[in-house]
Design a protein around this ligand. Structure first.
Ligand SMILES: CC(=O)N[C@H](C=O)[C@@H](O)[C@H](O)[C@H](O)COP(=O)(O)O
Length: 230
């Protein structure tokens, strides 16, 4: 998909992350394509999904841009969101429009650099857009300099050197918008419609919400914990 077409399709909209990992109750139940169908009815403009199987099935279920990832752990590296070219191939062959990958400064498996990985993706899959999941402004600037298509705040709070919060990292989101010169997608711990609106007001092109819509165990926990305040 053309970068301009993707941005046009998602501008101002909600992208829903439909993911269940193998330690979650909805994993492997065929629920994620149904979640995608449900959020399409609700007005979502895009989907973020994990794993070739879900990506394929969701693509067949809904006609909207799909951001694909493959989460995989490798010994010796903390990077697990589309860490190597192998996972990029899986995402691309499954039909995703965009591959999202860890673009933090942490050591990648095999010591590969982000620069080398981006170059390899461009050469092999010229049609595939690249979304850089970062945790700091510095990482966003580096990714932008490498020519990624979109920068996202996904990993703030998930690297030891980024702020550990329960809310979205609005400060990072705002500084990515002001300084990277790239379309910015807000992602990570966005739990309410007001928070999503604030991200758009800060200049984000779109907002990704996951757990607050598609992880019932997390939604339940939010209610239960709030009720304990009484
Ligand atoms: C840090 C990490 O591994 N994030 C993952 C990235 O794909 C997902 O587990 C999150 O659900 C997604 O980023 C959406 O965020 P939230 O679920 O907070 O709305």
């Amino acid at each position: 998909m053309e970068n301009g077409t993707f941005i046009q399709k998602i501008r101002g909209g909600l992208i829903v992350s439909c993911q269940a990992l193998d330690d979650e109750p909805l994993y492997g139940t065929g629920m994620m394509p149904l979640m995608a169908r449900a959020v399409a009815i609700g007005g979502a403009v895009g989907i973020r999904a994990n794993g070739a199987d879900d990506i394929r099935k969701i693509k067949a279920e809904v006609a909207m841009p799909l951001i694909g990832i493959v989460k995989r752990n490798y010994a010796g590296s903390p990077v697990y969101i589309t860490p190597t070219f192998k996972e990029v191939e899986e995402v691309a062959h499954a039909g995703a429009d965009v591959v999202a990958l860890d673009a933090t400064s942490r050591t990648r498996p095999g010591g590969e650099t982000l620069e080398a990985l981006v170059r390899r993706i461009r050469a092999a899959f010229p049609e595939l857009l690249i979304m850089a999941d970062v945790s700091t402004l510095e990482e966003g600037l580096t990714a932008a300099g490498l020519g990624v298509d979109v920068v996202a705040s996904t990993l703030s709070g998930y690297t030891p050197y980024s702020p550990q919060r329960t809310e979205p990292d609005f400060a990072l989101i705002e500084s990515l918008v002001r300084n990277t010169g790239k379309p910015v997608i807000a992602e990570g711990r966005i739990h309410t419609p007001d928070e999503a609106l604030r991200c758009i007001q800060l200049g984000c092109v779109a907002v990704v919400v996951g757990s607050a819509i598609t992880r019932p165990q997390e939604i339940t926990r939010l209610f239960v914990e709030k009720m304990r305040d009484f």
